[in-house]
Design a protein around this ligand. Structure first.
Ligand code: LLP
Length: 389
């Protein structure tokens, strides 16, 4: 396929999905895979075949989910800044739940539903001011973040709209952040959500579910980490206080481990201070996580050369000093044309790709049962220029 190319393992997706599903076996639950992590059609279809439902964050993701075979009623529509067009589409299609981000959005949803002569199924996303202890860029549940409505205002927002025509309140929603690696923030989020749901039940609301969002981290460093069993063990005791089914929106924990970005070394050089660079044909246009969040991804040569490990700066070809995958990474000898694999790139890799410096989006390949298939062909310059005059 040439390089750079994303290679995914279907088995790894299945294993991760089932690990979450099994961990929650003792409590009624529905997994709504967060498409934002990776919505390549074949990946979305694979998740659907496993019984997953979908979490869509835009009109585009709703449409992709439908193309992949998800029914509208099996989609939760989340996300800050939903446009009128997106809401009209979601309501007309009858998506399962719209997770509203503000009182104003609820009122716009109600007006659109009335205009369509229908009723929108909604939940309100609450912002509990809980620190997920993750990277600031992926923390969403702090009062300084743009997401949701303040927890203390949520009950009033529901009550004030109890009789509003066009709205049916079916749940409550929370999502405090991503790549969460400790249990306490997750448990506290579940506790806050459950307490609110109990108050709303006292107020006479009949909630079909409580939605815990996503956020479970993965072990990018390869060291032991909290896993789905730990996660379920932390949140289920809280959820039992309400007993309503839980909706989970995991993204990274489902697909993160499944993908590797394979790239080719196009240059090597050594500076007088001893710093040694390996320049790859993939960079922040293919995988922006290291540049954007300083994220760690393991890097391995596809075929290991003999010789001692030494410290390498592994960088991309883009004209930005942030275009760095790793600094001072201990790696075996590398030479021009060697292939390296950047691991755990199945989530928030391909979906965050860009054409910066007119690089073309990479190909994607899915390996399953010893066979492989191209699930996205490499972009061509003609594809890109087709949009331009
Ligand atoms: N639900 C909602 C409402 C979300 O905003 C997100 C992620 C998820 C579920 C899925 O979260 P997960 O289980 O994947 O942690 N680009 C960043 C991650 C951004 C996460 C955005 N929201 C990264 O590469 O680390």
């Amino acid at each position: 396929m040439g390089t750079p190319t994303y290679i995914y393992s279907a088995r790894a997706v299945r294993d991760s999905y089932r690990a979450i599903d099994d961990a929650f076996a003792a409590y009624p639950h529905a997994i709504h895979y967060a498409l934002k992590a990776n919505s390549t059609l074949a990946i979305a279809r694979l998740l659907r075949s496993l019984g997953s439902r979908a979490d869509a964050n835009s009109g585009g993701e709703i449409r992709v989910a439908q193309r992949a075979g998800f029914e509208a009623r099996d989609i939760v529509f989340t996300g800050v800044g939903k446009t009128r067009d997106e809401l009209e589409y979601a309501i007309a299609e009858g998506v399962g739940t719209i997770n509203a981000e503000s009182a104003g959005e609820l009122d716009r949803i109600a007006a659109i539903a009335r205009a369509q002569g229908t009723v929108a199924r909604v939940a309100v996303r609450v912002n509990p001011d809980i620190d997920p202890k993750s990277h600031p860029h992926v923390s969403t549940g702090l009062k300084t973040n743009k997401f949701g409505v303040p927890l203390q205002e949520a009950r009033g927002i529901y009550r004030a709209r109890r009789e509003t025509t066009g709205l049916q309140f079916v749940g409550v929603h929370i999502h405090i952040g991503s790549q969460i690696t400790t249990l306490e923030p997750l448990r506290r989020a579940a506790a806050a959500l459950t307490s609110l749901a109990l108050e709303l039940r006292d107020d006479g609301f009949v909630l079909e579910h409580v939605d815990l969002g996503g956020g479970l981290g993965i072990a990018y460093e390869g060291r032991p980490m909290i896993n789905p069993v730990d996660y379920a063990g932390a949140v289920i005791p809280e959820l039992r206080r309400i007993g309503a089914p839980v909706v989970l929106e995991p993204g990274r924990a489902v697909v993160g481990y499944s993908g590797a970005l394979v790239a080719r070394v196009v240059d090597t050089k050594c500076f007088p201070d001893g710093r040694t660079f390996a320049v790859l044909d993939a960079g922040m246009g293919e995988l922006i996580r290291p540049a954007l969040y300083g994220s760690f991804h393991r890097i391995v040569p596809v075929a290991r050369r003999a010789g001692a490990d030494s410290a390498w700066d592994v960088v991309g070809p883009i004209c930005e000093s942030s275009d760095v995958f790793a600094r001072d990474r201990m790696l075996p000898p590398l030479q021009v044309d060697d292939l390296v694999a950047i691991l755990d790139a199945g989530a928030y890799g391909s979906v965050m790709g860009s054409n910066y410096n007119r690089h073309l989006l990479p190909a994607e390949v899915l390996v399953d049962e010893g066979k492989w298939a191209v699930i996205r062909r490499r972009q061509t310059l003609e594809d890109v220029l087709a949009l331009e005059s």
